[in-house]
Design a protein around this ligand. Sequence first.
Ligand code: SF4
Ligand code: SF4
Length: 415
Amino acid sequence: MLKKAIDHVVVRHGRTVNDEEVAIPVATDLTTVPGIPTRESDVSFYSTNYPLETHNIEKTADRDWIWTVYDEELYKYLKRHDELVGPLIEASEGSAELEPISIPDKSVDVTSQIREKARNLGFGEVGFTRFDYHYALLAKKSWVQYEHVICLAIEQDYVMTQSAPSLMAEQAHYGAYELEGALLLDLAEYIRGLGYHAQVHSPNDNSSVFIPMFVAAGLGQLGANGQLLSPHFGSRSRLALLTTDAPLAHDAPVDYGINNFCKECQICVNRCPGRALVREKVWWRGVEKFKVIYDRCRPIMGRYSGCAICIKTCPIQRYGMKPVMEYYVETGEVLGKGTENLEGYDFMGKGHFSPGELPAFDRDTFQIPQGTNEDWLFEEFKTKLKSGQKISEQYATKFVSSVKEVLEKGKITRD
Ligand code: SF4
Ligand code: SF4
C-alpha cells in the first residue's frame, strides 16, 4: 500500500531522444502551485526600482579575488576555458542582427521543429515561454531582442560531477558550458534557416537570471540549493537562452512537487559546508524561495574548487526525479537521505564527512573582498582611517591611481 496519496502525474520525455517517456507521481502533500509561488506586483516593483545586475559588474571585488585562491591546475584550466569561450561570446553578441536566410513557411509547426532540432543537437531540456524582462540584467536590458525565449539545458557529466569538490567536477561544469555555447550557435543558425531571427544569450555572459524562465517553461522548479531541479538531471543542468521572433507556442509551468519536497528533504541544507543554505523560505523580490546566502557560499566555492556539495548531495541530481518521487509516494521518505552513499563526501584536505558531520572553517575563511573593486578600495581606506593608521603620501597616491584604474576599466559584463 502506498504511504502517500497521489495528486497528479507529470509525464515528460525521456532523458535522451532514445529514452521512453517518464511518469512522475506527485504526492498530495507535495502539491503547491505550478512553477513557484510569486507575487507579480512585487516582482514588478523590485525589477523597476532595484533592477538585477550581473555579478561581473556588481561583485568585481570577489570575482577578481577568486583567481588568487585557485590552485595552479584549476587556475590554468579556467584561463583556458576563458580563451575557449571568448569567441563563442563574441559570436553571441551580434547574433540578433544576423538576417534569416529563408522565407518562413507559415504552414509548419515551428515550435515542434525547433524542439526536435534542439533535442537532436544534445539539449536535454527544451522549453518555450515569453522573455521576461523582470529578470533581465540592467547592463543587458536594451541588448535583448525578440519576444519569445527558448530555454535550453544540457546535462553536465554524471560521473565527473559526483567527485565534487574537485578539478574533475569543475571540468564537467565548465566543459558543459563550452559545449553549450557552441550548440546554441548551431541552433540559432537552424532557426535563421527556418526564416526567423535568433539571438544567442551566452551562458558565459548572462543576459538575465535564467531560472525563472525555465520554471515558467515547465522545465523544473527551484530547489533549496538555489538551482533549477530538472526532471532527469536535477541541478546538474547547464542553462542557456535563445530569443527569437519565430511564432512559438509557449509551454506552461509545472508542479513537480519540489516546492514542498525541499522542505522535507533538506539534505543540501544539512550538508552545505559553508552553512550558506537556509531551512525556511523567505519572500525575495516577489518570489517565495529558499535564499542562498551568497557571502557564506562564495568563499567556500572559491577556496574549494567550486564546492558544489549542494549539487552532488541532491537526490534529484543523483537518482532523477521519477525514482525520488516514486519512493516518496511509496514510503513517505526521501530516497538516499541519511546514507553515506548520497550524503558522505571528501572535502579537499579536510577529510571525509559522513551524514551529520561538517567541515569546520576559521573566521578568516569567510573574509573576502565585497562589492565592486572601487567599493572595496574605499572600504580598505576607511578601515585604515578608522584604526588611526597614518596615511602616507605614497599610500594616498597608490590609492588614487588604483581607483582611477578601476574606473577607467568601466563596466564589463563578461569575465
Ligand atoms: S556551493 Fe558549497 S558552500 Fe555554496 S551553497 Fe553549495 S554546498 Fe554550500
Ligand atoms: S537536496 Fe533536497 S532540499 Fe536540497 S535541492 Fe535537492 S531536493 Fe531540495
